[in-house]
Structure formats: C-alpha cells, structure tokens
Design a protein around this ligand. Structure first.
Ligand code: ADP
Ligand code: ZN
Length: 760
C-alpha cells in the first residue's frame, strides 16, 4: 500500500464515454492544480485520447490491491478543460449513484447522462436563424390568389405576428420554395436573428396549443381552483414549506386538473427562491407542459429531452447551467439537468413505463428523481390517475404522503364505459370482425355531431403474422423468436421484425413446405385504420404509432392537427392514451383490450388496467360527456372489469394479493439477469453457473431459473433468464457482482436489470 498511498493525493477517477468501462484512474500532471469534480479532462486511453469527467479526486488507484500493480502504469491527464466544475458536482454524484444502483458501468453511464455536445467540449454555440413574418399585403393575400401551400404558410404566420423561424415552418411540412415565393411577392418578410437555438420555436409559432374557442388571455392565475384542487394544493404547499425532503403521491383521476396544481406549486417554489424540475413521460407531452409553464414563468423555462437536436439541447443545458432558468420541463434524462437549488420535482404520470430507460444505465427517472429530491431537500410530487403498484404501496404504508383528487374539474363526469364481448360479436358478425357494431355506430355518430374519436390498439402493423395453411408454419424472423409483422398493403407490403428491424418481401410461397397457401393473420393499427376508413369513407382518419412518426416533427404536427379538428378519428397505440387533453374527443374505442394480458410478465394486469383507465380518461374532457367502448375476448378479467369501473383501490387490493402470493414487487425487490449466447446450451449453462454462485453466496435470495427468456432468441443470440428476488437490492447486486467478478467475457453477455418494468 505504501507506493499507492504516497501518490494518492495526485490521483483522480475519471468517467469516460466508452461502453462497459468502469471509472479509470489518472494522475494529475506535476505542476497542475487538482481538477474539480465535474471538470472535463482529456485523457489517454489505449491508442486514443478521449474526453472524460472527473468523478472523484484525491483517490487511491482502484487497481492498487492487484498483485502485479505498478504505480508507474498510471497515466497522466493530458489536459484539464475546465478550471471549475463543468457538470455540477451534485449531478455527477447523482449519475454515479444511478450507475451503481442500476449495476451499469459507472464509466459510460456518467457521460451518457450529459448533453451530447458537452462531451466534445464545444461551449456556447449560437446559431443564426431565418424568421419569417407576415406583411399587411400578406394578410390581404390570405383571401386572394395563392396556392394552398402558400395559404397554409400565411395562415400560420397570421397567427404569430412576431414571426416564425423557418425551420419550424419546414418541420410542419411547409416547403422552402413556397416561403421564398411569398417573400418575392412581398407577402412576407424574412429577417435573420441570432439566438440560442430555441426549441420552443415550433410550438410558439403557429401551433394552436390553446384550445379553439377558449380565451387565450385566461392565465392560470385568474382561474378558480375547485375546492378539491385547493385542498390538495394547500396540503402540498405545507410539504413544500418544510424545505425538507418529502414525497407526495398526487392520485387524481384523469381530468382532475393536476397540471394546474403543479403550476401553482411551482409558483410557490419560485416565490421562495427555489427551482423546479418538471418531468413528463413522453417527448410529445413536453410542448404542452412547457407552454403552460412559459405562460406562468416566461423566459425562465427550459426544455430537455432527447428529441431536441444536439445543438438545441446543448444551448438549453448551458442556460440551465448558467442559472438563467427556474423551471426545466423534460423527459427522464432531464432528471440530470444542471439545475441548482431544486425545491420541487414533479413526476407527472409517474406510473408510465417510459420513465424506465431500456438500455444501460437502465434507470427509472422517477426513482432517480426521488433520490435527487432527497439529496436536495426537495419535495417530489408523483402524479397519476393510475399510480404504479410501488408508489401506491408506499403511500398506503405511510412512506409517501397521499393526496387525492376524486373528481374531474367542473364536475365533468368520467366517461361511461361499455364492454363489448367479442365472442358474441364474432358469433353474429363473423370471425373477421375488427370494429364491433357499437364502435362503428359510435364513430359515425361522432362524425355527425362533429366530435372526435380515438381508437386504440396496442399493436403496430397491418397483419401480425403470416402462416401457411398447408403446414401451419409461420414466417418468422431469422434472428429472433418472433413472427414477422406485415406492414402496408398491395405493392408496399413488407414483412418486418419489431425487435431487430429485419425486413423482407412478404413471401408468396411457404418458406418451409413451398406451398402457395399463405394467409395473413392477426391485425395491428394499420388494419384498424383501414377498417375505420372503410366504415366511414367521409371521415378524416389518421394513425399515430411509432411507424407513423418516424419523420422529425411529424408527431407534433399530427397532434396539433388533431387538436385543431383537422382529423376526426385518430387510430393509434398507447401513444394516444397518454396525458393528452383533447376536449372534443367524446368517444374512445379500444380494440383487443386484452393484447397485453397474454404476455408472460407479472405486470401484465397492471399495465392493462393502466392503459384502459388512461385511454378511457381521454374521453369527455370538454363539455360533452365521454364514452368508452372496450372490445375484448375476456370481459371477466379483473383488470378489464375494474378499469371499466375505474376502481383503482379495488384493483390495487386484488393485484397486491397476487403479488404477495407470487412474491413479486412491491412485496420484494426484483433483479432480472439475462445471459446472451450464440448457442442455447451456452446461455443456459452460463445462467446455471451464475444461479449456483448466487445461491451459495446468499441463501436468502430467491432465484427463478435459469429458464429460456420469454423472448428466447433476439438478434441472433439465445437468451436465458434468471429472476432474482430479495428484500435488499444491494445484497442482490453485490452477489451478482461477485458471481461475475473476473469474468469479463460473461459480464459483457449478461444484461442486469434492477427493478425491471418488463421481464420479456
Ligand atoms: P389531469 O392532468 O388531472 O388529467 P388536467 O390538468 O389536464 O387534468 O386538466 C383537465 C382540464 O381541466 C384542462 O383542460 C384544464 O385546463 C382544466 N382545468 C383544470 N383546473 C381547472 C379549474 N379549476 N377550472 C376549470 N378548468 C380547469
Ligand atoms: Zn428480429
């Protein structure tokens, strides 16, 4: 130890953006000052040089205990880029906690949590943008002789007299040629502006987020809270005023006005000189949330999410870092925003699976938010109409404060829910039926009344399988143990794997027996869209799922077109179920409500309950009462029954009984370890070896497996699964780390998921 300790005061741990590396030890060069935690440093790594972040200073070399250790092997830092901290030390520490808790390499986890350009070290990038504004002649021309595209541009600009950035117009599909032609005719003026890249551009400029018919001048401040909202706010304010760590579960039915409470609470936090982090589960929900906060806080609101370009994200990150921002709105990664003096963190739709990152580090943004609040002495508010089993359990056992909103604002009733038993429907209408009579009639009805409908099916594509009538074989992915999904119709028809993206023509003969009798089976959102068009030829129908929004900006434009009433029926996956507030939707149809129940996942019922309750909650948020029609083959399943009654407490009790009997979270902690291998036997053997070591290390661990994972083959590799349960996550993690110690080959092939949301 003496050699190591003599140099200890000149060593630092650095996290570098290289996968699977732990932190690395470097020496501070002679004559250099000790860098700060959070400073960027340039370090040699093999033959390369990389930029890393200093995580700990005045350390001992982590390899000092190895027998062949030579202090001379420690390499020196090449350059220290920052004299202070680039990333605030508390954020570095939070990232370090995250990497450790979720058992991922601290090395790459920390840089992965930073904005992309920060890694390269380019600071303060500004950008010049073109801004178009309508002229008086342009306003007249709106009535006159212009093309449809030109009129669309003029209409958008007319709504925003200060002008709209041209990239924002382009993002809405407005051609550059139309803009230059309008400029030539003097209908618009174009100017150059130097700005921080402004991710608000696309929402401020031209998109009507304010609902049609409502008074845009009505700020939240003039609005009367309902008595229930006022009570909830008062209770939360008491917690905020303690200026200490608090967790509150705001359990409010859909449409109960939770957002209003968040904004008022944020206002209170700011009035007491503290800052606010507002997390939403989906990028699609950030514009609306940001708009509402901007109404209340003006310029001092920033957005952070992965859908921003690197430049935009970097600019916003810098503004937060400089202290120019009081409220950060963003998706899970925003939990690492460099915001200081955080007094309030809101996690909206806390149950949502999007808070979990499904790649390393596999963190849950909600849980990291709680840790951040704990360290900052802040209040964290978890909001949901359908809390996760974990959060509700914590509220019921007194770990969290529970604040309830049982009614919708203005006493709007919850949607009436009707279950259609598809077995009966098939008997009458035939086994090919996709839209029940009730749903078809319901949609037609809404079209006549000029209201809107949402139709949910949580499965993408046109047909979900192709099978052979002669040998019963299916057309499967060559790399994964799933059948290929057919997308498109006619000439555009392709077969695609939803896991590895393998794509091929749809074969005309069976790949196994060469028989020509191939048939498509099962259906997804594309087929539902086609069925709705068939049933209602005059309706304006659109689809919202991952396939439909591949182009940047298409999601925002779809949502705003629906909001503006340019779309009558929106068909989609769970994306349409989330948080949106569409006041003219009075009907929600759910096709195959039971799709999720067939999955071999202990959360299947919880997910189904949440999805159905949430999507039903999208109906009837305006003046008209809403209706939900739920089609299923299992009308008696408890998660369907209780979702129809919107009876959360009964669902919780029922589900908790199941979790207790099966010993699953929230009763115990769970870690999912999946071993990948080129052969099935290899995967199973390695998993068995790990299980054996775990059992010997800790007799209190409960280990299920090894068993083939539900998705037994993925991207050409076989997968064996171990589910490890225990009362103490740290012990599970340590036992796993011990089982993998010194086996770097195996470490690379094992995916460890702590607190998994999906075990497929
Ligand atoms: P939740 O998030 O709980 O589902 P929202 O916050 O989206 O509900 O509120 C639902 C709708 O009710 C929104 O359009 C919102 O503007 C409106 N709203 C909220 N509070 C009030 C209030 N006190 N009076 C009138 N309308 C309200
Ligand atoms: Zn595949």
């Amino acid at each position: 130890m003496s050699a190591a300790s003599s140099t200890a005061d000149a060593l630092v741990h650095v996290a570098v953006p290289v996968p699977n590396l732990d932190m690395l030890t470097y020496a501070v060069p002679d004559g250099s000052p000790m860098p700060c935690v959070g400073a960027r440093v340039v370090v040699p790594l093999g033959a390369r040089v990389v930029t890393g972040i200093v995580v700990e200073v005045n350390v001992q070399d982590r390899r000092a205990t190895e027998t062949n250790y030579r202090p001379a092997d420690v390499k020196a830092i090449r350059q220290i880029l920052d004299s202070g901290a680039f990333v605030p030390p508390d954020v570095v520490a939070l990232a370090q906690w995250t990497a450790e808790y979720y058992a991922s390499g601290v090395g790459d986890a920390i840089p992965a949590l930073l904005p992309p350009m920060a890694r390269g070290g380019r600071a303060d990038a500004h950008k010049t943008i073109r801004v178009a504004a309508i002229t008086a002649a342009g306003i007249e021309a709106l009535q006159g002789d212009v093309t449809t595209m030109q009129r669309e541009v003029l209409a958008v600009l007319a709504g925003t007299p200060t002008g709209v950035a041209t990239p924002a117009l382009a993002a809405r599909g407005m051609a550059g040629s139309a803009i230059s032609r309008l400029a030539k005719r003097g209908y618009i003026s174009v100017r150059f502006e130097k700005t921080d890249r402004n991710p608000f551009a696309s929402l401020e400029e031209g998109q009507t987020w304010v609902r049609p018919g409502s008074d845009p001048g009505l700020t939240p401040a003039d609005r009367q809270l309902t008595p229930e909202q006022a009570d909830a706010l008062a209770r939360l304010r008491l917690l905020l005023d303690t200026r200490g760590f608090q967790v509150a579960l705001l359990h409010g039915v859909t449409g109960s006005g939770k957002t209003e409470i968040y904004i008022r609470l944020a206002t209170a936090a700011r009035a007491s000189d503290r800052r606010v982090l507002m997390l939403v589960p989906e990028i699609a929900l950030t514009p609306v949330a940001a708009f509402l906060f901007r109404n209340a806080f003006g310029e001092r609101v920033a957005i952070q999410h992965s859908g921003l370009s690197d430049g935009e994200r970097h600019d916003q990150w810098q503004r937060i870092r400089r202290g120019d921002i009081d409220v950060v709105v963003g998706t899970r990664s925003a939990v690492f925003a460099p915001l200081d003096n955080v007094g309030l963190i809101v996690v909206d739709e806390e149950h949502d699976a999007s808070y979990k990152q499904e790649e390393s580090p596999r963190y849950n943004g909600r849980d990291v938010a709680i840790v951040r609040a704990q360290r900052a002495g802040a209040l964290v508010v978890l909001g949901s109409a359908t809390p996760s089993m974990e959060s509700y359990h914590n509220a019921m056992t007194g770990k969290y404060q529970r604040v309830v909103l049982e009614r919708r604002v203005l006493d709007r009733p919850l949607a009436s829910v009707r279950v259609v038993d598809m077995r009966e429907e098939y008997a009458i209408e035939g086994p090919e039926t996709i839209l029940s009579r009730a749903l078809r009639d319901g949609i037609r009805d809404r079209l006549e009344r000029q209201e809107q409908a949402l139709v949910l099916l949580n499965r993408r594509g046109f047909a979900t399988a192709v099978f052979c009538r002669q040998c019963a074989g299916t057309v499967d992915c060559p790399n994964c143990s799933v059948s290929l999904v057919v997308h498109g119709e006619g000439h555009a028809r392709r077969a695609r794997c939803h896991y590895c993206n393998f794509t091929s023509r749809v074969p005309t003969a069976c790949p196994l027996c060469a028989g020509p009798y191939l048939e498509q089976a099962g259906f997804g959102t594309e087929r539902v869209e086609a069925e709705v068009r068939n049933a209602c030829p005059d309706a304006r129908v659109a689809r919202l799922d991952r396939d439909a929004i591949r182009r940047k900006g298409s999601l925002a434009s779809l949502l705003s077109r629906f909001r503006e009433g340019a779309i009558d029926v929106l068909v989609g996956t769970q994306m349409i179920a989330k948080g949106h507030d569409f006041p003219r939707v009075t009907l929600v149809g759910v096709i195959s409500a039971d799709v999720g129940l067939g999955l071999a996942d202990f959360r299947a019922s919880e997910r189904t309950f949440q999805l159905l309750t949430q999507v039903a909650g999208r109906a009837g948020r305006g003046e008209q009462r809403g209706e939900a029609i739920i089609q299923t083959l299992y009308p008696d399943h408890y998660s369907i029954q209780l979702a129809c009654r919107q009876d959360f407490p009964a669902f919780y009790e029922r589900e908790l009984t199941f979790r207790k009997a099966m010993r699953y979270p929230p009763v115990l902690s769970l870690v999912n370890a999946v071993v990948r291998s080129r052969t099935f036997a290899g995967a199973m053997d390695d998993a068995a070896g790990i299980a054996e070591t775990l059992r010997r290390a800790d007799a209190n661990l409960r280990i299920l497996g090894p068993a083939p994972a539900p998705l037994g083959r993925l991207r050409g590799e076989y997968r064996a699964q171990l589910l490890i349960k225990g009362t103490n996550r740290k012990k599970i993690r340590e036992a796993l780390q011990a089982a993998l110690a010194g086996r770097s080959d195996l470490q690379r092939r094992v995916v460890v998921d702590v607190d998994p949301l999906s075990v497929l």
